[in-house]
Design a protein around this ligand. Sequence first.
Ligand code: P6P
Length: 332
Amino acid sequence: MEQGVTNLNRFLLEQQREFPGATGGFTILIESIGFASKIISREVNKAGIVNIIGRAQSTNVHGEDQQKLDVYADKKMIQALDHLGKLCAMASEENDDLILIPSKYPKGKYLAAFDPLDGSSNIDVNISIGTIFGIYKRKDDKEGDGCCEDFYQPGRDMVAAGYILYGSSTMMVYSAGNGVHGFTLDPSVGEYILSHPNMQMPDRGKIYSMNEANYNLWDDATKKYLSYIKNDVDTKYTSRYIGSLVADFHRNLLKGGIFIYPEDKNNPDGKLRLLYECAPLAFIAEQAGGRAVNGKEDILDVVPTGLHQREPLAIGSKYEVDLYMKFKRGEL
Ligand code: P6P
């Protein structure tokens, strides 16, 4: 009998069978993130219309007041995850403090960190944006509420990470440490369909993504690296910079290349957040054969000391990232 298409649920169940001890908790978590992303995708895709015709009413059918899309996305992620009994805490770019699980719900051993809608300032100009997530497991065997310190573990210890790209199509890309897999949303049935199994980042690329407006703020090593890349006449690099991290990363994952948001004179730790932006994408990059560094060490070896810690990021094809590290170490 022909197998037919593989949707996210089927893929997760097949993956789960490869882990005999699996309880299915992780599967429910990823499924639920998938559900939240479908709701977010629907809102993102009608944002333009809302701006044109305005909302029919000031509140939606659930009585929710009109909100900024990133606040809306944050609420949908929390609502999709807080009752599952799999999490003991969440951390979100939209919430300064740790998000605890309401007392009426059971708690679990996982921790979820996410940027619910990265690049939301691009919505007004109809540029792709994304949700980024990382799933950690509490290190101790404590029960009950998690705490900030439970998140202070190297990204290498994540149990899963991924993103949803709200672009020309909506795609979920995730890894649970067993390769990187991409699913494209079929809106006609509301299912994520496996479209990119075992994604591999090209060893080297022809694309660099950097906001060169910050050039004068960068250190000499970064300036020398960019000059080297630009003068590589054999490769003939091209510049692509969308200003939306998930979109820039996703393109480089498929085509090869490097994205760099380095530290600069005004931002000694760069702009991007370690816990729910750099680390989850670094997890994906390494699983796909690429690399991610902060200019000194691999992103996945950095232990956070705060939920919203910023970190310089250079991420993409191994060749371009290794070369960047040679410049940052003064070897070139
Ligand atoms: P800049 C979007 O605001 C974001 O957080 C990332 O998605 C994006 O890569 C970066 O900031 C762009 O920052 O300073 O170049 O506009």
